[in-house]
Design a binder for this molecule. Structure first.
Ligand code: HDE
Length: 714
């Protein structure tokens, strides 16, 4: 796919052409002349146009405010200074109450399989049909300036700009949720965010109030298994799945509805971090995920996801041991296969982070004729919340006019006015019905029962709509069967990660009764897991919590494990190569050629970046050793002469480079000269510690068999 051009300033600013100034080239402050600036006579018109204020007046000086004398006070009449500071003072808008930190990108969605038999949505009528998309990935708990790699759920929100209006699939990277009913959401979020009195911890669930909520809400136990698993620390945003979470409905042209669950499967494969690595990345590069996504797209390695659907009907749903309207339950892929219907490719970075990524407003209510909601009580609450929150975040009911939110198909109705109205509707027809057309005037748009959105007519088979009840359906009370399903579907290593994450998080809980309550619930998920966690906390196992419904054993599902789906590929993976003075350039070139030939990329690391003498010339590094720890790479290699290696072996950064790569179970390729550092770093030979020549054969995979040697897991 060819790289689409970035939009030019003129395109992105069609109405108001505030073009960026040409820096300060051509401007200077003349000493000894009272400080006034002037344009350098030789400069002529700046390349990117003249600097103006917001009303189009050209500025002569952008360096000095207007003062009463060179050393006097500023003057109120300085409209240039006042406008600039006024605008700056109001540059921030409220951050999202959840999902505040996010990264966005543009792309395209292409239908790979038409499904007119399932939905009348225009988008899915024809194979090959495309539409533009905008995606925003996010963490949930942390503020906008928090780090990218905490243990947290990731938001996976996609806006499809279709011919029939926008469709927003506002999902997560985990297919279930903590709670079943929207009325619990404010409590959940209050408990996980920084504690109300002390304002910490930021972007972390490892604290009293969150685990207090969990212990008291057993419905969260399935999601807790996912959140404590490696799913909650993805290696990159490119290597995680996405899920619509709720059961939605597809409606065909005849009005027949079927239930559907949406899935996004990454073409890059699934990969996660190791917890120690996530913590270190948070310090070394807080923007790790944002940078990775940006760089992948800039380099033309466009990340892609396949959109899959699991479709089933009411009758099938009624026979399951769980309720498909319960967002704490998933539908195993082994029971209902995921059918791929399209592919999304992200191929353009945003031009402006605020205008696009910050101002994008996703609304689960944005559906198309042919895609509808279910009665999932969590989804129903979301249908109110997202429209509502935009008013407080973006300050106006006209947020749909912001370019990133506006549909790319025409939209017209009788809604008028409001703060920041930028459209200029003409004529008198701002009400409906009207008969102004009979007098030859424009009478505006009308509703169309044939092509317009009509809500699916739920037959309410398993529901009596005449009763008003504050209750939950019967099967919602099974809190543990699917938590156990998830745990039992993991590899031994993944199970150890879950147990260790629970020990880590609960060790940060200071109130003992909260730890005990969580342990008592874990016994319903898996007795051995509960014992391992209790042992890791040096606590006795408390009595098992009574379960509201008996736990049913479900058949383990390989689709729930990351490691069982691991793929050996260099595509989109980065290898760090350490070199130093005297290194053999030819050996580095060979490694580079092989890695790039296999689809990967190379990042050269050296003690100095400016260019150092190597055998065969001078070589510049991409990054300096201290600022390029091995956590940044999927695998490492090294080309070092014994003398240079001996020197590096005395430096903490070099030893740590290999120690971390080893501890994070990565492939370490090396030349014989490096051995002195490997010995110091405690790196022992295994399947993943190989000569440089074997790097391509072994691949940038994780060697989890090594893990028990490098850390004590619960
Ligand atoms: Fe959200 N959620 N949510 N959520 N959510 C928001 O909307 C809310 C839920 C999700 O990148 C807010 O525009 C309620 C589930 C994503 O801009 C807010 C409930 C899922 C994003 C809101 C939920 C999500 C949000 C904050 C329980 C996965 C980021 C800013 C009923 C299916 C979208 C905003 C972006 C954002 C409310 C539960 C996903 C406050 C009330 C379940 C990916 O409206």
């Amino acid at each position: 796919m060819t790289k689409p051009p970035k939009s030019s300033p003129a395109q992105s600013n069609a109405l108001h052409d505030h073009q960026p100034g040409a820096g300060n080239a051509g401007y200077e402050t003349r000493a000894g002349s009272g400080g006034e600036t002037h344009q350098d006579a030789a400069a002529g018109a700046p390349a990117d146009g003249y600097l103006t204020d917001n009303f189009g007046h050209r500025l002569a000086d952008n360096q000095n405010s207007l003062k009463a004398g060179a050393r006097g006070p500023a003057l109120l009449e300085d409209f240039i200074l006042r406008e600039k500071i006024f605008h700056f003072d109001h540059e921030r808008i409220p951050e999202r109450i959840v999902h505040a930190r996010g990264s966005g990108a543009h792309g395209v969605f292409e239908v790979t399989r038409a499904i007119p038999e399932l939905t009348k949505a225009g988008l899915f009528q024809e194979k090959g049909k495309t539409c533009p998309v905008f995606v925003r990935f996010s963490t949930v708990a942390g503020g906008a300036g928090s780090v990218d790699t905490p243990r947290d759920v990731r938001g996976f929100a996609v806006k499809f700009y279709t011919d029939e209006g926008n469709w927003d699939l506002v999902g997560n990277n985990i297919p279930v949720f903590f709670i079943q009913d929207a009325i619990k959401f404010p409590d959940l979020i209050h408990s996980v965010k920084m504690e109300a009195d002390r304002g910490y911890p930021q972007a972390a669930s490892a604290h009293d109030t969150f685990w207090d909520f969990v212990g008291l809400m057993p419905e969260s136990m399935h999601m807790i298994m996912w959140a404590m698993s490696d799913r909650a620390i993805p290696r990159t945003l490119r290597t995680m799945e996405g899920f619509g979470v709720h059961t939605f409905r597809l409606v065909d042209a005849k009005g027949k509805g079927r239930f559907v669950k949406f899935h996004w499967k990454p073409a890059q494969g699934l990969e996660s971090l190791i917890w120690d690595e996530a913590v270190k990345i948070a310090g070394a590069d807080p923007d790790f995920h944002r940078r990775d996504l940006y760089e992948a797209i800039e380099s033309g390695a466009y990340p892609a996801w396949d959109l899959g659907v699991q479709v089933f009907d009411e009758e099938w749903a009624a026979k399951q041991p769980y309720d498909v309207l319960d967002a704490t339950k998933l539908v195993p892929e082994e029971d209902v296969p995921v059918e791929i219907v399209g592919r999304m490719t992200l191929n353009r970075n945003v031009d402006n982070f605020f205008a696009e990524t910050e101002q994008v407003a996703f609304l689960p209510t944005n559906v198309l004729p042919g895609i509808d909601f279910s009665n999932d009580p969590l989804l129903q609450g979301r249908l109110f919340s997202y429209l509502d929150t935009q008013k407080s975040r973006l300050g106006t009911t006209n947020f749909h006019q912001i370019p990133i939110n506006a549909p790319k198909c025409p939209f017209h109705n009788m809604q008028r006015d409001g703060l920041m109205q930028t459209l200029v509707p003409t004529g008198r027809a701002n009400y409906e019905p009207n008969s102004l057309n009979e007098a030859g005037e424009a009478s505006g748009p009308r509703a169309d029962p044939d092509s317009g959105f009509t809500s699916f007519r739920d037959n309410g088979e398993r529901n009596d709509p005449t009763e008003k009840l504050r209750v939950r359906p019967e099967l919602f009370a099974d809190h543990y069967s699917q938590a156990a399903l998830f745990f039992h579907s993991q590899t031994e290593s993944e199970q150890a990660h879950i147990a260790s994450a629970l020990v880590f998080e609960l060790s940060k809980v200071s109130l003992e009764h909260i730890r005990k309550r969580v342990l008592s619930r874990l016994r319903n998920v898996d007795e051995e897991l509960a014992s391992r966690v209790a042992k890791g906390l040096a606590m006795d196992l408390p009595e098992k919590a009574p379960a509201a419904r008996a736990v049913t054993a479900m058949k383990p599902s390989d689709a729930l494990s990351i490691q069982k789906q691991a793929r050996k590929t260099f595509e989109g993976r980065k290898v760090g190569i350490l070199f130093a003075e005297g290194s053999d350039k030819a050996a580095i070139d060979t490694l580079k050629k092989d890695i790039e030939g296999a689809g990967g990329s190379v990042f050269l690391v050296a003690p100095k970046v400016g260019g150092i003498a190597v055998k065969g010339g001078t070589l510049k590094a991409h990054g300096q050793l201290d600022g390029s720890p091995s956590i940044m790479f999927d695998a490492v290699a090294s080309v070092l002469m014994p003398e240079a290696a001996a020197e590096l072996a005395r430096q903490g950064a070099a030893v740590q480079w290999f120690m971390d790569a080893y501890g994070h179970c990565k492939t370490i390729a090396h030349c014989p000269g490096t051995q002195v550092i490997l010995d110091k770093a405690g790196v022992e030979k295994d399947d993943g510690v190989v000569p440089n020549e074997d790097l391509i054969k072994v691949g940038p995979v994780r060697h989890f068999a090594r893990e028990p040697k490098v850390r004590a897991l619960a």
